[in-house]
Design a protein around this ligand. Sequence first.
Ligand code: CO
Length: 417
Amino acid sequence: MNKIRGIDGLLGFIDACPTPFHVVDRVAAVLRSSGFTEMDEANDWPDAEGSRFVRRGGSLVAWRHQTCDAGFRIIGAHTDSPNLRITAQPDTGQAGYRQLGVEVYGGVLLNSWLDRDLGVAGRLATPAGTRLFRIDQPVLRVPQLAIHLDREIRKEGLLLNPQTHIVPVWGLGLRTPGEFASIAAEAAGVEADEVLAWDAMLHDLTPSTVAGIDGDFIHAPRIDNQVSCWAGLQALIDAPADSPPSAVLCLFDHEEVGSTSAQGAASTLLPTVLERIAGSRGALHPALARSLCVSADGAHATHPNYPDRHEPDHHIAMGDGPVIKRNANQRYATDAVGEAAFAAACEKAGVGHQLYVHRGDLPCGSTIGPFAASAIGVTTVDVGVAQLSMHSAREMCGAQDPLDFALALGAFLSVAT
Ligand code: CO
């Protein structure tokens, strides 16, 4: 059940994780079966060394700890992906259709959600705690307007209003207040009147797959950034339990909306967990000075149809190994020391690496890297797997690159400062 190795393991991981909460649940299951013990932030933690993890909402930190003498090697990634999220009072409708109200979460390519078979998943708050739920049937669809009713599309392109044009339909008839809550409750195995609130979102039902005439590609939802979560998890569980430095995996929610939340990369989660692992502030600070951090997130492969959108001397190819991302304005945290450390890890792992710089006349995206770096003051390098269609409901990357990325992250866990 917890098989995660190889491409099949990656495809199964993505399909098992329609939401950040499912990512954390799945990662926790894999960690438990690999000998990790869950800690509760509300309780004291044992001082002894060990392999442990802690969860905070859609975020998770896991570690293998012996001693602080060699510092930490930290792998960070994010559990969330841009999508459509169910509103607080979602039961709506128009023109004889029952519909669900949605909000846009993060930088969504809205067109990619049109005319797809969509399920819904998330977590419910109940008096007994939170409960995960998922509905993997095609219960929802955002129908695109017919071209005969959208004559402007030929010269203006597709224009979508996020309030009015992307409201999914899920049935015929009149709006039925309470319907979403009762259907989610049934999927979660609780009574409708136990549902107090929810964090719920839509997901595309097309299974992840190996693709291309030679099997060169992976087509899947949420490649940004579940590929990094998967690769980091594999690196951690393969890390030797008895040799320093301490290996840490941190998976954060809310990267796609700026990382500033109770459990995002800009929160207290990582600093407080590292302090508790170290045992005291006195032990933490020298350990941080001997530490390195890698921020693992999707990278832009050069698009064959839009080569002009890329920096001409930093082309990125699928199949050519992990991408190290540099940005002079610190949208990526990488500096020369971090770049050299990750390049050394790639060499140790026997995989190539590539260097990415964003075009100077386009605004650059960001990652958890600058947030983690500023929260803990540790040299950080932004790296990732080359992909196309970033922030589409269905993205693509190379079939070999995630495997190479897991090896490189594994080697990073023992690279020297
Ligand atoms: Co990302």
